[in-house]
Design a protein around this ligand. Structure first.
Ligand SMILES: [Zn+2]
Length: 338
């Protein structure tokens, strides 16, 4: 009997220790977007594919093979129809098989924009995401529950309920001009993994960012905030950032794109933020003040000579803590999930 008890305790121990972490990788596509998630069950979810041309698809494919260790992209989410997000998709599909492709729907006015390359590249199937949808993911035994919820798409949002805390408009709130670009249509998602929450607003812009958190906060508080729109100042409304209270911000900027002065000020004036990570050093003259500490920057050269180092994040299988690593500088820091 005693032996049996030991054996079952041992089996429980093996089972829990065998659970894999959740991984989030920011692949450098020079100021475009390519955020790769590898789930504890081994599935992969790629948000966006960088620019057209071979540079970004080749980088993404190499990263999948050599760093992430995956041979298929199970779920590809194209957040909106700007080239730095959907541009690499068709060429990427020639390098690695793609499972389900999600976007906000190709409206008649989008057909010419995305073109036949996008509409025709091979994949298992194509689905349209609308607010309230979830990306269907396999759960892994012994790991925290994983969910990716769609909060916004095509300028529509999830319905506010009593579950979403009231959040009146603060005095410092300001408006920008109405956004008539494709950025406004971004598919915006919230990933939950146990206590860990990751907000990916894609390129959502200022006025719409406020709508997500005022008069009710539809996001809640998060652990990690991928700065909207590569850290450009048309996005990163301080009302959003101060409402969702992230502990960590990760900026997928380029060496001259994003990391804007307003964005940087919004991040550094948000008390909850303990660390800012950047894919690139801001090499503009304003970089003197608008850059995080050098060990938290993955790439420091201009794009012509860039060796495209990633930012890696790993969440413990139970979701309780996470570690951000900058392999190019050897820096890593660990944070508790909220
Ligand atoms: Zn973009």
């Amino acid at each position: 009997m005693k032996h049996l008890l030991y054996l079952s305790l041992l089996l429980v121990a093996i089972e829990t220790s065998a659970a894999e972490p959740l991984r989030i990788h920011w692949i450098d596509v020079e100021g475009g977007a390519a955020t790769l998630i590898i789930t504890p069950s081994g599935e992969s979810v790629l948000f966006d594919t960088g620019m057209p041309g071979l540079r970004d698809p080749v980088r993404i494919h190499r990263h999948c093979r050599d760093i992430a260790g995956i041979t298929k992209i199970d779920h590809l989410v194209i957040t909106h129809f700007d080239l730095d997000h959907y541009g690499g998709a068709a060429d990427l599909a020639k390098l690695i098989p793609i499972g389900i492709v999600y976007d906000h729907g190709v409206r008649p006015q989008d057909v010419e924009r995305v073109g036949e390359d996008y509409l025709g590249f091979p994949c298992d199937r194509r689905l349209v995401l609308t607010p309230g949808d979830q990306i269907p993911l396999k759960q892994a035994e012994g790991a925290a529950e994983l969910r990716i919820d769609v909060l916004a798409a095509l300028q529509h949002f999830i319905e506010p309920t009593d579950q979403h805390p009231e959040n009146p408009r603060p005095d410092y709130a300001t408006d920008q001009d109405k956004d008539r670009s494709h950025n406004a249509n971004s598919i915006t998602t919230l990933l939950h993994f146990g206590d860990f929450d990751f907000f990916n607003g894609a390129d959502l812009t200022w006025n719409l960012e406020e709508k997500l958190v005022v008069p009710r906060n539809l996001i809640g508080e998060v652990d990690v905030y991928q700065t909207d729109h590569h850290g450009l100042d048309k996005s990163n409304n301080p009302v959003l950032i101060k409402s969702i209270k992230p502990r960590v911000a990760v900026m997928n900027n380029g060496h001259t794109k994003g990391c804007g002065p307003l964005t940087f000020a919004a991040l550094t004036s948000t008390p909850s933020i303990e660390a800012i990570f950047q894919v690139h050093k801001n090499l503009r003259p304003d970089g003197e003040t608008n850059n995080t500490t050098v060990e938290r920057i993955a790439n420091t050269t201009e794009s012509e000579n860039c060796t495209a180092h990633p930012i890696l994040l790993e969440v413990a299988p139970d979701g309780s803590s996470y570690t951000v690593k900058i392999p190019s500088t050897g820096h890593e820091s660990t944070f508790q999930s909220k």
